[in-house]
Ligand binder design. Structure first.
Ligand SMILES: Nc1nc2c(c(=O)[nH]1)N[C@H]1C(S)=C(S)[C@@H](COP(=O)(O)O)O[C@H]1N2
Ligand SMILES: [Mo]
Length: 234
């Protein structure tokens, strides 16, 4: 725990709070704690699985009841849309690109946080360079092979070196429960940006709200000053 952890205190960022308050019309109880309100707001709109509560601090989330496993050998990542060279990457192709490692906290808006998680994989800007981004592109959309979850970033956010197509977590391949063979890891933002079971990356003209963002979460998911935003790998 560092000083910033203590200082940050409230588990949910201010903008998220305001976003969640916007769900009042959906039947959020008055007077409940913020975390209760968040849980109540989420309960009707998705199945949140909590398979191994707080084991090692992580909770395992999926908005779908089950996701078919994909082996590393069968895995394909399609990158297309507004790019010069649309391409499908296998795990071996990803391994041949420059590898980036970083250690950061993982924080969900519902209040839990895991400190100092070691991630590694391909920094998104390196993957984007490999396909050549069209000058018309302004945003990046991510899809999951769970068939349901989506997320988006602006192109500027997607070019940060602390946004990874993560293939490793804590020194091992990303497990199925954590979204393997590859998941997105957006270090400076709340966990819901870090889409699991990544299988598609599409360059687009506009940001399209993701799964939770269509259900009330703020599209702007920055975790304040808490996650080393000025300490970006180069
Ligand atoms: N495909 C998919 N990705 C997802 C989610 C999900 O339900 N489905 N939940 C998000 C949320 S809200 C969080 S906090 C993290 C949780 O990651 P974990 O399950 O590895 O702990 O995944 C994010 N990515
Ligand atoms: Mo989350």
């Amino acid at each position: 725990m560092n000083e910033e952890d203590a200082e940050e205190g409230a588990p949910v960022g201010r903008r998220i709070v305001l976003g969640m308050l916007g769900l009042g019309a959906a039947g959020v109880a008055v007077g409940a704690s913020l975390q209760d309100r968040v849980s109540q707001a989420l309960a009707p709109v998705g199945t949140i699985q909590n398979v191994l509560p707080a084991a090692g601090g992580f909770r395992y989330y999926s908005v779908t009841p089950s996701v078919d496993r994909r082996t590393a050998a069968a895995y394909r990542l399609r990158v297309g849309g507004l790019v010069a060279r649309p391409r499908t990457f296998r795990m071996a192709d990803l391994a041949r690109l420059r590898q980036t490692a970083l250690t950061r906290d993982f924080q969900c808006v519902t209040g839990w946080r895991v400190a100092d998680v070691r991630w590694a994989g391909v920094a998104l800007p390196d993957l984007l360079d490999a396909v050549g981004v069209s000058p018309r592109a302004r945003a990046v959309r991510f899809t999951s092979f769970d068939g349901v979850y989506t997320e988006s970033l602006t192109l500027e956010q997607a070019r940060r070196r602390d946004v990874l197509v993560a293939t490793q977590m804590e020194g091992k391949p990303v497990t199925h429960d954590h979204g393997g063979p590859t998941r997105l890891y957006v270090a400076p933002m709340y966990g819901y940006k870090s889409l699991k079971w990544l299988d598609g990356i599409e360059l687009t003209e506009e940001v399209e709200p993701g799964y939770w963002e269509k259900r009330g979460y703020d599209i702007d998911a920055w975790v304040g000053r808490s996650n080393g935003r000025d300490d970006v790998p180069t």
